[in-house]
Structure formats: structure tokens, C-alpha cells
Design a binder for this molecule. Structure first.
Ligand SMILES: [Zn+2]
Length: 264
């Protein structure tokens, strides 16, 4: 058993690579290589595309591609970028590792202009370029190694006791480490996304406007849509984005401005 634990830790140590998030410069512990992450991203994307219908709304498709191809170069990432809109009234958008981005029609329905697309695009792309997925997966691996350690420590105990302790241990890891992590990731993606949109020539004030629209939309909803539950449009979030605005506005003022196209 001890040998197994040793092997598990060696496995983790071999894979450890130190990484740095773009813009914020935060150092990260990521146990996957970027290459592994890109492969996961591409295969997940082809899977989703097999199961989904691409939107026939040409205005939406053109807008998302136009914004995407303006933001992609400012990230300095050599990804195989793909931008699409999927048929669904869900308020949702995502970016998989390697720059595979989808917006759902539902989130575009409530946006006013292309700068608001840029706000969400910048945020979602930031999750990918800052490798938040890889970081979370790494934490999952460490949590499992931790769980093995708990099992070993208790190997002489009654199996029912072992099971109970393990059940107690796992939620502790989730609440104690992974959830705060996701809040930190959200904040970091807001920060990086704001800089990305500004560099690409979109007014960062539209990010504040977008989150205000979301805030109104979310009010009084008992069960918020999936994207909103992981992206809560709280007053705190809006205030934090406002704090980042002066720096982003400086970048925007020096950028080559994108044309502000309305969506509806
Ligand atoms: Zn996010």
C-alpha cells in the first residue's frame, strides 16, 4: 500500500510543471502539459459539435467570428481558433482549451452590441489561456492522491469507518479548495478578459453594462441558468470590474478601435 502511495506521488511529481497565468502573472501548479490540455479541448469540441446544431442566425455567427478573430491575436496564443454559435435559448458561452469557443443564441439575445460579445469572449478565452481547466483538473488529481493517503492511514480500521471518513473528506476538499479556486478563477478571467477586449479595441465599459443586464436578468430567479450559476452577476463582481476599468480604459484609448455594431 505504501508503495502504491509512493508511486502515486512520484507520478504527480513527474508531471508537475510550473506555469504562469497571462496578464496577472500568478504562478500556477498544473499537472498536465499544455499539449495534453489542447488534445482534451479538441476532442471535447468535436464531441459537442456532433451533438449540437449550429445556429442559422447569420448576424450572430458573423458577429461572434468578427469579435473572436479580433481578440485571438492579442492573446499571443498559437491556437487553432474556432468560433461558433449554437442553436439554444440557454444563456451560455464557453471556451475549451486550445481556443474552441461557442456562444449560445440565448446569451446573444440579451446582448446589445458586439462590445458585449467581446466582454464575454475575453472572459471565456481568459479561462483557456490562463489554463484554469488544467489547474482544476490538477487539484482533482491531488484530491484523489489525498484520498488514497486517508485510506492508507486508516487501513486497519473497520471498512464502514473508512468509508464514512472518506465521504467526509471529499466534500471538505471540494468546499475548502475547489470552490474558492473557482471564485479566484472567475475574478482572474474578468481581469484578463477586460484587458483582452481593450487591446482588441472594444470599450471595456461595455463589460460593466453587460454584467448589469445580467444582474437585472438574474434578479428574483429561483434557479439561475447554468452559466449564471457559475458566473454570478453580483454587485461585488460589478464593483470589482469597475475598479479594473481605469487601467483597461488606458489600453483601450491607445488601441485601434473596433466598429461598435449593434446586434438587434
Ligand atoms: Zn468564467
Amino acid at each position: 500500500m505504501i508503495r502504491k502511495l509512493f508511486l502515486a506521488f512520484s507520478f504527480v511529481c513527474i508531471l508537475i510543471s510550473c506555469s504562469t497565468a497571462p496578464i496577472t502573472g500568478r504562478s500556477q501548479l498544473i499537472l498536465l502539459t499544455e499539449y495534453q490540455e489542447l488534445n482534451l479541448g479538441s476532442s471535447a469540441f468535436s464531441q459537442v459539435m456532433k451533438e449540437s446544431k449550429v445556429s442559422t442566425n447569420k448576424v450572430y455567427l458573423d458577429a461572434v467570428k468578427r469579435v473572436g478573430f479580433r481578440i485571438a491575436p492579442v492573446t499571443n496564443k498559437n491556437y487553432q481558433w474556432e468560433f461558433t454559435v449554437l442553436q439554444s435559448d440557454q444563456i451560455n458561452a464557453w471556451c475549451l482549451p486550445g481556443g474552441k469557443i461557442a456562444f449560445y443564441e440565448g446569451i446573444l439575445d440579451i446582448m446589445e452590441n458586439e462590445a458585449q460579445i467581446a466582454a464575454v469572449m475575453g472572459h471565456e478565452i481568459a479561462h483557456a489561456t490562463a489554463r484554469h481547466g488544467g489547474e482544476r483538473m490538477s487539484l482533482g488529481i491531488l484530491a484523489q492522491v489525498g484520498a488514497i493517503a486517508v485510506q492508507i492511514a486508516m487501513k486497519d480500521k473497520d471498512p464502514a469507518v473508512q468509508y464514512a471518513v472518506l465521504q467526509a473528506y471529499i466534500p471538505t476538499v471540494l468546499v475548502g479548495a475547489i470552490l474558492p479556486f473557482s471564485r479566484a478563477h472567475e475574478h482572474e478571467a474578468d481581469e484578463i478578459g477586460l484587458i483582452y477586449m481593450a487591446k482588441a479595441g472594444y470599450n471595456p465599459e461595455e463589460a460593466v453594462r453587460f454584467w448589469e443586464i445580467m444582474y437585472e436578468k438574474n434578479k428574483g430567479q429561483k434557479r439561475p441558468p447554468a452559466w449564471l450559476s457559475t458566473h454570478p452577476p453580483t454587485q461585488k463582481r460589478i464593483d470589482e470590474i469597475k475598479k479594473l476599468l481605469p487601467e483597461a480604459m488606458e489600453i483601450y484609448n491607445l488601441s485601434e478601435k473596433a466598429e461598435l455594431k449593434v446586434l438587434h
